[in-house]
Design a protein around this ligand. Structure first.
Ligand code: URA
Length: 214
């Protein structure tokens, strides 16, 4: 299932216009905050799909019945570009366990690239809901490699992929190749990729825009 967040939240189009705009992108803090806001509204939407249970709590004046999340999700993110969206998810799911995965493109001389996974830290995933943030779903190769690897920590009941821009080619690749129940939540969907695997019109390099180093 693919959900375009712009269709269900009227503010997302406004934030996407800033995230994509090369003039506004110069404000690195605003770029990160907009990604964080996307993470927050996606957390809210995903929260509607979780299971809840009643919990009695003692207030200073009596007993109240509250609906609380039955099983906390696991929040995973692909370093480093996913960190700002991850923070948005953490703002809502503040009791969740976290997974961090460093996945990057190792470019070959001929312009092709392979995905290299390095640092991976992940709690047990069996029957958990995993929410995985990566702002750019371009070819889908790093997400599929990451999901394959994370399966060694257990099979999640569902994986929610949270992304700012998803490319149709990458969406199809993930849907064909990831061995899991998956929903993809995207701020926007674009149709083109450059030969180097950048999304067009996209936004550029999300990691560099959020954290520099170019
Ligand atoms: N990663 C990015 O940061 N941008 C793209 O367009 C594709 C992958």
């Amino acid at each position: 299932m693919i959900i375009n967040l712009s269709d269900i939240n009227s503010l997302v189009g406004d934030w996407m216009s800033e995230i994509r705009d090369e003039v506004v992108q110069a404000d690195r803090m605003r770029f990160r905050r907009n990604l964080e806001r996307l993470g927050e509204v996606t957390a809210y939407e995903i929260s509607k799909t979780l299971m809840y249970t009643d919990k009695e709590v003692e207030t200073p004046l009596g007993t109240a019945n509250c609906g609380v999340i039955k099983h906390q999700p696991v929040l995973g993110t692909i370093l480093r570009a996913g960190l700002a969206m991850h923070q948005g998810l953490v703002n809502y799911f503040d009791k969740a366990d976290h997974a961090y995965i460093s996945a990057y493109r190792k470019h070959n001389r001929d312009g092709s690239f392979e995905i290299s996974l390095e640092y991976v830290s992940c709690p047990p995933l069996d029957d958990k809901v995993l929410i995985l943030s990566d702002p750019m779903l371009a070819t889908g190769a790093s997400l599929v490699k990451t999901i394959d690897h994370l399966m060694s920590f257990g099979k999640p009941s569902h994986i929610h992929i949270v992304t700012a821009i998803a490319c149709t080619i990458g969406i199809e690749y993930v849907q064909r190749n990831a061995d899991a129940n998956i929903s993809i939540w995207a701020g926007d969907i674009d149709d083109e990729l450059t030969a180097k695997g950048y999304i067009v019109p996209g936004l550029g390099d999300a990691g560099d825009l959020a954290f520099g180093t170019k």
